[in-house]
Write a protein that binds this ligand. Structure first.
Ligand SMILES: [Zn+2]
Ligand SMILES: [Zn+2]
Length: 262
């Protein structure tokens, strides 16, 4: 199974999870054009996709969903509350493309078992996803306010994970965002900081995950080297050797990431 980000950041997100026969796009908060070029670059042009899964209705996750669904005849999977919150923003969607999954019940798309799990974020009913195929597991976990044990339980056993490292708290403090927005980002339904990501990587590495892709970096309050170095410092303090014990990279904002294979 392969996990790769097409684009990642507070300005737009799309993630591809693939096996030999099944190709799933998680969110599409980028233009149809950017999604198509990213997919083709990864050898999975839009007509090879099987479905689009939605984590939550914020525009950085759904901006290109309607276009892609119409262009490639793709079903869209989301829970009921997310459908209620996003449907008006997608444009016309064929009734048969509207797929609703119940709470956190797993379901299959091709040879991939999809396991949604709840995340603390200020959206209608936001979820992260784990994907299991042929005994391998990968997970996507971004837009998370605080680290809870339920998150670790949900992603446990993943060989690879895309994990949020949204902001540096100091850059957020001194930056130009209005106070209510700063409070929202820092809040329990906001976004994970680089430090939060570092602690999560540390725990997950000790639980056996070996490949990490940091993503959903803030355009204003973070930059890739800072995110990576903050996580590396926390790992080293815990006696872990990045590059030896695990692989760690940052998903770029405007281009495809490296491909994580499990
Ligand atoms: Zn969000
Ligand atoms: Zn987001």
């Amino acid at each position: 199974m392969k996990l790769c980000s097409l684009r990642s950041g507070s300005t737009g997100n799309a993630v591809l999870v693939s096996t030999e026969t099944t190709h799933i796009l998680i969110d599409c908060g980028i233009s149809g054009k950017a999604a198509e070029s990213g997919l083709c670059e990864l050898g999975c042009c839009g007509d090879r996709l099987d479905a689009i899964l939605i984590t939550h209705e914020h525009s950085d996750h759904i901006g290109g969903v309607g276009v892609l669904s119409r262009r490639y005849n793709l079903p869209i999977y989301a829970n009921q509350k997310t459908w209620d919150a996003m449907e008006g923003a997608l444009g016309k969607i064929k009734p048969e493309h509207k797929r609703i999954f119940a709470a956190c019940d797993p379901f299959f798309i091709g040879d991939i078992a999809v396991h949604p799990f709840p995340i603390p974020h200020d959206a209608a009913d936001p979820v992260g996803y784990s994907f299991v195929s042929d005994g391998k597991k990968v997970s996507v976990a971004t837009d998370i306010g605080i680290l809870e044990e339920s998150l670790f339980r949900a992603v446990k056993g993943s060989g690879a994970i895309l994990l949020e490292a949204n902001h540096d708290p100091n850059l957020l403090d001194i930056g130009s965002y209005p106070l209510p927005l700063k409070q929202r980002i820092r809040g329990e339904k906001g976004h994970l900081s680089n430090e939060d990501a570092g602690h999560a990587v540390k725990f997950l590495a000790k639980m056996g995950t070996s490949q990490f892709l940091l993503g959903h970096l803030s355009h204003e309050n973070n930059y890739p080297l800072l995110a990576q170095q903050t996580v590396v410092n926390i790992l080293k303090e815990a006696g872990l050797e990045p590059d030896k014990d695990l692989s760690l990279s940052v998903a770029p904002r405007d281009s495809v990431s490296c491909i994580l294979t499990v």
